[in-house]
Design a protein around this ligand. Structure first.
Ligand code: B16
Ligand code: MG
Length: 215
């Protein structure tokens, strides 16, 4: 029986994809990598900042050492933070606040399980924090999805065993992480039909059968 729901952040509750893309594109341009595309950016969905950097550097002839890579990731984060400055609750995806309130009223515990180290700031800026019982994010973890760490930390913070948690995700790496953590999964977003989740819907607000998903 499901008692807690763990939501991925980017692509499930809020839309930050374009800002991540613009920040990576700016960095790639500075490194002389002109071949970085939106298709590459799709492969960065749900994975950590350092793993995302590797997707960019695949297209570079230059080899970077670990120290240089950390500096590049920080530079990209600076560009991303500049874009986040202007973020407000208009970044919240359609119907999300209604769905969170609906689930909260039914007594479910709600958490975020996000790879992003910027998750707390994003939740504050978008007004989503009051809906959530706990937050597990890139600041709490060392392993990137598809490792289940971020979701296991979320379940632990909620005080629930993994099998009593549902994970809602928009990325393949995230659904794999949910499965590796022995959690039920709901896939949403533009690729919902191909994520391999236990249940799927185009978006959170399009889920028709919550009773079945949460049984
Ligand atoms: P940051 P999620 C993920 O968030 C993004 O989808 C992914 O593109 C990003 O690289 C990752 O967070 C790390 O974000 O650089 O802000 O720490 O989908 O797990 O909520
Ligand atoms: Mg995501």
């Amino acid at each position: 029986m499901i008692k807690g729901i763990i939501f991925d952040l980017d692509g499930v509750l809020v839309s930050t994809d374009e800002m991540h893309y613009q920040a990576w594109k700016r960095l790639a341009g500075e490194l002389g990598i002109t071949a970085f595309t939106r298709a590459d950016n799709e492969r960065q969905r749900g994975v950590s900042r350092m793993a995302s950097l590797e997707v960019v550097l695949e297209k570079s002839d230059k080899v970077y050492n670990e120290e240089e890579k950390i500096a590049l990731a920080e530079k990209k984060n600076g560009y991303y933070l500049e874009l986040l400055e202007h973020m407000d609750d208009s970044a919240v995806l359609e119907g999300v606040k209604n769905v969170l309130q609906f689930l909260k009223d039914k007594g479910y515990l709600l958490a975020v399980g996000s790879a992003s180290k910027n998750a707390p700031a994003i939740l504050e800026k978008t007004g989503l924090m009051p809906y959530l019982d706990k937050v597990s994010c890139g600041l709490d973890t060392t392993k990137s999805k598809p490792d289940p760490e971020v979701f296991l930390v979320a379940a632990k913070k909620l005080g629930l065993p993994p099998e009593e948690c549902l994970v809602v995700e928009d990325s393949k790496a995230g659904i794999e992480a949910a499965k590796a953590g022995l959690m039920r999964s709901l896939g949403v977003g533009p690729f919902y039909q191909t994520l391999g989740a236990d249940f799927c819907a185009e978006a959170l607000c399009k889920v028709q059968n919550w009773e079945e998903v949460l049984l």
